[in-house]
Design a protein around this ligand. Structure first.
Ligand code: HEC
Length: 196
């Protein structure tokens, strides 16, 4: 137990360093407050304006951080991060020299019939994106996903990494699936370029 002693010069019990710090802190606060009150009128006004502006900035900053855009709040983001981001990365930038970026890719913002085919049946290189050639394979997702799921993912991908565009519907995915029912191998760029 801390020994509390009194002596003549300091008639207060010694409560230890934490209490001393808090007393000192209060003392500083008190001095700042009285200092403020002593400011002349115009300086006090300026002081208030500065405090108000900082508070407003702080509040708007916090709101922006906390608020998700409707795009982020939808299920597309969750699905994308589980199934596509392991290769294409969350920011859609891909991995240097291995997986091509989705950001600003013509395959993402171009014909939806091509984008849907890539996801349904996979893709085999070579493919050139932003001046770099990639020569790997992307697996097919058609057998594992329902039309609605692919629609949700691709609508997210187009809006996030392509350009503002209307959502891709499950009906469109269904049509492409039907039209390519007999496809069993990955697509190549040459084949896809013939699709409109
Ligand atoms: C296992 C890793 C992997 C996963 C998972 C994957 N991709 Fe890919 N993706 C690739 C590779 C590798 C290529 C390039 C293939 C090539 O070299 O031809 C590619 C190419 C693409 C392309 C065309 C090129 C470009 O950059 O625009 C699109 C679009 C695409 N992927 C979308 C998706 C979407 C959407 C998902 C999630 C449903 C997904 N990918 C999941 C590896 C992957």
């Amino acid at each position: 137990m801390r020994q509390q002693h009194r002596n003549k010069e300091h008639p207060w019990p010694d409560y230890g360093p934490r209490m001393r710090l808090s007393l000192r802190h209060r003392n500083i606060q008190l001095r700042t407050a009285t200092g403020c009150l002593q400011l002349d009128k115009s300086r006090r006004f300026r002081y208030c304006v500065v405090v108000l502006v900082w508070t407003a900035l702080l509040l708007t900053g916090c709101r922006n951080v906390d608020k998700d855009t409707p795009l982020d709040a939808g299920p597309g983001k969750v699905q994308f991060e589980s199934y596509c981001a392991p290769c294409h990365q969350r920011d859609g930038q891909g991995t240097q020299g291995r997986v091509p970026p989705l950001t600003a890719s013509p395959w993402v913002s171009g014909f939806e019939s091509r984008l849907i085919r890539i996801v349904l049946h996979g893709l085999r290189g070579p493919i050139e994106i932003h001046g770099k050639i990639y020569n790997l394979e992307m697996p097919a997702f058609g057998p594992v996903f329902k039309d609605e799921e692919i629609a949700v993912i691709l609508s997210y991908v187009r809006q996030r990494y392509g350009a503002p565009s209307p959502p891709i519907t499950a009906a469109t995915i269904g049509q492409v699936r039907d039209a390519t029912r007999n496809r069993t191998t990955y697509w190549t760029v040459d084949e896809l370029l013939k699709v409109r």
